[in-house]
Design a protein around this ligand. Structure first.
Ligand SMILES: Cc1ncc(COP(=O)(O)O)c(C=O)c1O
Length: 355
C-alpha cells in the first residue's frame, strides 16, 4: 500500500503496549491492575444464563445496566452511557465533540489513551507536566486557551495512585470555562480510602460540563468482558449516543456487569484485600528503602532509581510481571498492582533479592 494512502496521524502513533501476559503457569501478573480474585462470581452466573440468548442482538443502549447504575448514582438512566470498556467512552467523547485542531489538555506521564484519542480525532494534545508526581491543577488551568475543547484528569491517577482532593477540584472548576468539557477518569475510584476524595457525580447533578468515566475492569474483575461507562449531563450523553456503534456492548457484558454491581461479598473482599495489601507493601518498601507514592488505588508507583526496563526483565525471569513506566515517560519507575497476600509476598521477595 502506498504510504500516502495512510493518514499522517496514524503514521505518528505507536502501537499501545499493554501489560505483559503470563505465558506459563506459576507466573504472576501485577502489571494491569486487574482483580487478583478473578471475575465476580455473580457476573459469571449471569453470563452463563445469558449465553442461551446469544443469537439475539443485545440492547443497543444497555438499558438494564444503565438503570442499575442510575439507581446506584441517584441519577437518571439518560445521564449514563455504557461502552466497550471506558476506553470506548473516551473515543466517543472525542468523536462527538472534537474538531480538528482543537486543544485537549492532558497531564503528562499519564494513561496514554487520552493522547491517543485526541490525536486520532485530529485534536491538538497539550501536555501539562506533573508536579511531584501529581496532577498540577494550577498549571492545567493556566494552560487553557480559547482553543481548549477538553481537559482530561485522572483520579486516582494512573500510574502514580495520587488523587485530586475535593477542595482542589472545587477551586479548579471555577477556573474552567463552561464551554470546555472536563473529563475525569475514575477507573480506580472504588479503591479510594481518602475522606477528601471528591464526589464528582455531584457536579453532574449540578449540570456542570463534566464527564466522569468509570469501569468494570478493575474492582469488578471484568477487564476481559470490556464494560465501562460515562456519567454526564443528559444532552452530552445524548449526543455521544449518536456517535456510538449500535451494538457496542454485547449481551454477556451487559448481563455480567449488572450482576457484578450487586456482588457484595466479592466486592467487600476485593476492597479489604487491597487495603491490607497496600499496608503490607508500604511496610515492605520502607524496609528495602524504595520511594513510593501513597496510593488511593489498587497499584503502587515505585521510584526504583534504576532502569525500570531492566528490573522488569529481571523480575519476569523470576516469575513476576510488573509494569515498567518507560512508555509513560518515567524510565526509573515501576507500577505494581496490589495482588493477593501470596502474590504481594512473592513480589517483595523477588524485588528484595534483586536490589
Ligand atoms: C486510568 C485508566 N482509565 C481507563 C482504563 C481503561 O479501562 P477499560 O478497561 O474500562 O477500558 C484504564 C485501564 O488500565 C486506566 O488505567
Amino acid at each position: 500500500m502506498a504510504e500516502d494512502f495512510i493518514r499522517e496521524v496514524i503514521k505518528s502513533i505507536p502501537e499501545y503496549i499493554p501489560g505483559k501476559t503470563p505465558t506459563k503457569p506459576g507466573i504472576i501478573k501485577l502489571a494491569s491492575n486487574e482483580n487478583p480474585f478473578g471475575p465476580s462470581p455473580k457476573a459469571l452466573e449471569a453470563i452463563a444464563k445469558e449465553s442461551s440468548r446469544l443469537h439475539v442482538y443485545p440492547d443497543q443502549k444497555s438499558l438494564l445496566l444503565r438503570e442499575a447504575l442510575a439507581k446506584k448514582l441517584r441519577l437518571a438512566d439518560n445521564n449514563i452511557i455504557v461502552g466497550n470498556g471506558s476506553d470506548e467512552i473516551m473515543q466517543l467523547a472525542a468523536a462527538t465533540f472534537l474538531r480538528p485542531g482543537e486543544e485537549v489538555i492532558i497531564p503528562e506521564n499519564t494513561f496514554s489513551l487520552y493522547n491517543f484519542f485526541a490525536k486520532i480525532f485530529d485534536g491538538q494534545p497539550k501536555f501539562v507536566p506533573l508536579k511531584n508526581n501529581e496532577q498540577d491543577l494550577d498549571a492545567i488551568a493556566a494552560a487553557i486557551t480559547p482553543k481548549t475543547k477538553m481537559i482530561f484528569l485522572c483520579s486516582p491517577h494512573n500510574p502514580t495512585g495520587t488523587y485530586i482532593k475535593s477542595k482542589a477540584l472545587e477551586d479548579f472548576l471555577k477556573k474552567v470555562p463552561d464551554k470546555i468539557l472536563l473529563i475525569i477518569d475514575e477507573a480506580y475510584v472504588e479503591f479510594v480510602e481518602a475522606k477528601d476524595f471528591p464526589d464528582t457525580i455531584k457536579y453532574v447533578r449540578k449540570g456542570k460540563n463534566i464527564l466522569v468515566l468509570r469501569t468494570f475492569s478493575k474492582y469488578y474483575g471484568l477487564a476481559g468482558l470490556r464494560v465501562g461507562y460515562g456519567v454526564s449531563a443528559k444532552d452530552i450523553v445524548g449526543y455521544m449516543f449518536r456517535a456510538k456503534p449500535p451494538f457496542n456492548v454485547n449481551r454477556l457484558a451487559q448481563a455480567g456487569a449488572k450482576a457484578a454491581l450487586g456482588d457484595k461479598d466479592f466486592l467487600k473482599k476485593t476492597y479489604a484485600t487491597n487495603v491490607e495489601g497496600k499496608k503490607y507493601l508500604c511496610v515492605a518498601l520502607d524496609k528495602v528503602g524504595l520511594e513510593y507514592k501513597k496510593t488511593e488505588s489498587n497499584f503502587i508507583f515505585i521510584n526504583v532509581k534504576r532502569s525500570a526496563d531492566d528490573l522488569f526483565l529481571q523480575m519476569m525471569k523470576q516469575g513476576v510481571i510488573i509494569r515498567p513506566l518507560t512508555s509513560f515517560g518515567l524510565p526509573d519507575a515501576i507500577r505494581v498492582s496490589i495482588g493477593t497476600q501470596e502474590q504481594n509476598e512473592k513480589f517483595v521477595a523477588v524485588l528484595s533479592s534483586l536490589l
